[in-house]
Ligand binder design. Structure first.
Ligand SMILES: [Zn+2]
Length: 262
């Protein structure tokens, strides 16, 4: 959706066809007067009769109202490594990122549903000084680009850069702290709840480790443990998930049919 001030189109040539991006938005962008509002609320192109009909159905069925952030939201929280991308130990370079094949289909289903798709990830690579926050941003930009190329997206992504065990010569001391966001603590989820008003009892955490399951339990989420990545074999916590799934796609199908997750 785009809102233009009259001044943005004043003085444009009228003797030829114009391109919205090239002729209108780019000059405004260059002048530093283009502003964006990022939201998970209902925003759809309704520029064709069939799209307009879909939007009308969504208004009547209450979808538009339910996605308004004045209402409690539902979310599927997703782990990153071993859940979205192949588990390669410590991922420190964008080129190492390999998105698992089934993730595109899983996110496509989530993006069409009323669940937000929000990543919560421990990234102690920063505290260990294996990569900087800028490097991590590069990895996440690549992740969002690769997903976007397949027309799927994450609604948000939260990560913990910390690690509590200090005393290594190469570490980044600023991040070697006991924090409240490293899973299985719930700080990352708390941030998302604060931002989006998420109803935890109506939401899920899907991941490949017992740390994820423990995080979900600590936060009051329903949990699904995946067979991908570490497949729960990390053995850090003695916890049982509410359900198990072969892949993220299987997990999302379970969420959307609420099969086996009570
Ligand atoms: Zn943290």
């Amino acid at each position: 959706m785009l809102v233009l001030d009259r001044k943005a189109v004043a003085g444009l040539p009228t003797d030829r066809l114009l391109d919205l991006e090239e002729d209108v938005l780019l000059p405004v962008l260059r002048a530093g007067q283009l502003h964006g509002y990022r939201t998970t609320e209902y925003v759809k192109d309704m520029g064709t009769p069939s799209r307009l009909a879909q939007v009308e159905r969504d208004v009547l069925s209450g979808v538009v109202e339910r996605r308004n952030l004045s209402q409690a939201q539902k979310a599927v929280f997703l782990d990153r490594d071993g859940t979205i991308n192949d588990h390669v130990g410590l991922l420190v370079r964008p080129e190492e990122l390999r998105i698992r094949a089934e993730v595109y289909g899983a996110l496509n289903m989530l993006n069409r549903s009323e669940y937000l798709a929000i990543v919560v990830s421990n990234q102690s690579v920063v505290a260990r000084n294996l990569c900087s926050l800028d490097d991590l941003d590069d990895i996440h930009r690549r992740l969002e680009t690769m997903l976007g190329e397949q027309h799927v997206y994450l609604d948000d992504l939260y990560f913990c850069p910390h690690h509590e065990h200090a005393g290594f010569p190469e570490e980044n001391k600023a991040y070697k702290v006991v924090c409240s966001c490293r899973k299985p603590k719930t700080g990352l989820i708390d941030q998302a709840v604060h931002r989006y008003g998420i109803d935890l009892a109506d939401s899920y955490l899907v991941g490949d480790t017992t740390v994820d399951v423990q995080t979900g339990k600590n936060a009051g989420l329903r949990t699904i443990l995946l067979a991908t990545g570490e497949g729960g074999r990390d053995g850090k916590y003695s916890v049982q998930p509410d359900a198990t799934a072969d892949t993220l796609l299987d997990a999302v199908e379970q969420v959307l049919t609420t099969r086996g997750t009570g």
